[in-house]
Write a protein that binds this ligand. Sequence first.
Ligand SMILES: NC(=O)c1ccc[n+]([C@@H]2O[C@H](COP(=O)([O-])OP(=O)(O)OC[C@H]3O[C@@H](n4cnc5c(N)ncnc54)[C@H](OP(=O)(O)O)[C@@H]3O)[C@@H](O)[C@H]2O)c1
Length: 308
Amino acid sequence: MNYKKIVLAGGNGYLGGILAKYYQDLADEVIILSRTAKNAEGNIKTLRWNGLDEGDWSSALEGSDLLINLCGKNVNCRYTKKNREAIIASRIKPTKLLGDSIAKLSSPPRLWINITSATIYRHAEDRPQDEETGEIGYGFSIDVCRQWEQVFMETDTPKTRKIALRLGIVLGRSDSAFPRLLNLVKFGLGGYQGDGQQYVSWIHEQDVAKCTTWLLEHEELAGVINCTAPEAVKNTDLMKMIRQAYGIPFGLPSPAWLLELGAQLIGTETELILKSRWVLPKRLMDSNYPFLFSKAAYAVKDILSIRI
Ligand SMILES: NC(=O)c1ccc[n+]([C@@H]2O[C@H](COP(=O)([O-])OP(=O)(O)OC[C@H]3O[C@@H](n4cnc5c(N)ncnc54)[C@H](OP(=O)(O)O)[C@@H]3O)[C@@H](O)[C@H]2O)c1
């Protein structure tokens, strides 16, 4: 399998790093669009853009196999008015810009994956939410996802297949949720959070990367696709798995009121940990995508074996 060019918009963050490494050996070139210049590393090159205006960078999309858009201000912050506006604008504006740019190309990307979030579904403790029967929830994070997907779906790119990939909580060693949960475990605070009964729909970072190739090769797949492991786990079970794999048998639980206090102190929102995300990747499963990690316990063990 050898691709000509993979473009990662917003690819200098956590997931961009995972994807760039993954595609480094599968493609002649990996082009990252970033607001900050960075030296090339082998065939991984960064082009500067501002995520707002068209420019020379758009020629990088010409003749590419795949565009993955990862742009978005990190949601790990307090949802103040200013942050809310930035969270929305940083997703909508680059998405619209990429759509407008693709429309002008003679040889646009074969596939455009816009990374969105499985948090678009409601808080679910009763049944899993899939692409067909899942119910969209309400609240700020969901409004963000709705607007993000709406702008994406409205772009007119007749020669480019589009997929809104609703990611669950990505588990990996270097960033995102896992290192934070591991830190709690290390300090003896790795018990359940809230009542521990909320579901965590997770996905191993290597499955995020691998499933983008699957989507590229499966031309019948388009539209909304959930990207989570088939089996969500309860928060209490996930914390237990991390404790066991790390070798710390006991961890103090954190009740909701304590989490709220802590979230205010460290500048984040409890919704990120207390919302029950129970999501089923039905379309990936129906297409027989071979998950590298479908059991959380194996994913946790694998992640702990990675040196960073
Ligand atoms: N990690 C997860 O568990 C997870 C789960 C569900 C969904 N997602 C979504 O997946 C995407 C990537 O996640 P990540 O963990 O890789 O996040 P990340 O490390 O924070 O990277 C996001 C990237 O977005 C770019 N960006 C931020 N604000 C921007 C703006 N105003 N205009 C243009 N680019 C902007 C940044 O690129 P530069 O600073 O280089 O320009 C940054 O590298 C995000 O949209 C996130 O919401 C992530």
